[in-house]
Design a protein around this ligand. Structure first.
Ligand code: PTJ
Length: 248
């Protein structure tokens, strides 16, 4: 079904279509469709736009990625379906490696995701060759299996649409974690070093532009960013918006 341009929720419906298309192409797992619904709900609550606080988090994330020695972008099914092009652009702008890492792991889906990334220009996609498999300690899910050339040796990892366990395990393993999560109170959001409370479909584009704009040589190595404070402000964005709607 084609979505009429005049439909008041056309933008959101188009994003949903991209995810459904990703499901049909074997990138996204059924549970990913549910995860997207959860995200849509929080997007609705923040007003479906990148807030000032999310812009601050994106700037901090860009600095952290540019200053990293071994940055890695971790890609799951939903992220690949929504942002393959931007993932490749971000890798180009920061020198980050791209690694497929799935919660509901399957070799077939890993290959489909790698193919989608390569079609968008990725020259190398890690996480597929078992010869390089390593394990993140203190993690039971399939996500513990990582690539020794990628997440295993990374200092900074971007892990969007994540489950809380891995964020915690990565932190305990000494990694700096950046995430995109529309839910500011999720365990991932609360555990990461930098949480961008924004839809990846908007936020990734801004993150790529910001990385291209910032000059590495001029970056302040002492990154000042208070994630807890930024998350509190994001919760207040929702509270204040609901307050305004209740009194409209
Ligand atoms: O592809 P796999 O096998 O690795 O599985 C991936 C999913 C997403 C199914 C898995 O990681 C999962 O179950 O995630 P959760 O625990 O549902 O968490 C997803 C989080 O991402 C939730 O807090 C959502 O609010 C948030 N989210 C969903 N869609 C978006 C989003 N955040 C930003 N942008 C979105 N488009």
């Amino acid at each position: 079904m084609s979505i009429p341009r005049s439909h008041p929720r056309a933008a959101s419906l188009h994003i949903r279509e991209r995810l459904v298309d990703g499901y049909r192409r074997g990138l996204v797992v059924e549970e990913g469709l549910l995860a997207h619904g959860r995200g849509e709900m929080f997007d609705y609550l923040i007003g479906e736009k990148t807030t000032r606080k999310s812009h601050d988090a994106i700037k901090a994330a860009a600095c952290m990625l540019l200053l990293a020695k071994h940055p890695v972008i971790s890609v799951n099914g939903n992220f690949a379906a929504l942002c393959s092009k931007e993932i490749v652009q971000l890798a180009g702008a920061t020198g980050a490696k791209i690694e497929v890492n799935l919660f509901y792991s399957s070799e077939k889906r890993k290959r489909a995701i790698a193919l989608a990334l390569k079609k968008n220009g990725a020259s190398e996609v890690l996480g597929l060759d078992r010869q390089f498999s390593q394990r993140i300690p203190r993690l039971d899910s399939a996500r513990r299996v990582v690539d020794e050339r990628g997440i295993f040796m990374a200092d900074v990892v971007l892990v969007p649409l994540e489950d809380g366990d891995r964020t915690m395990a990565l932190k305990k393993f000494g990694k700096k974690v950046i995430t995109f999560d529309l839910n500011p109170i999720s365990r991932t959001a609360q555990t990461a070093d930098i949480t961008i409370v924004d839809n990846v479909t908007r936020g990734m584009e801004i993150l790529v532009k910001t990385c291209k704009k910032l000059k590495k040589s001029r970056l302040d190595r002492k990154l000042k960013f208070d994630n807890k404070e930024n998350l509190s402000q994001s919760v207040l964005v929702i509270k204040n918006r609901l307050g305004r709607l209740a009194h409209a």
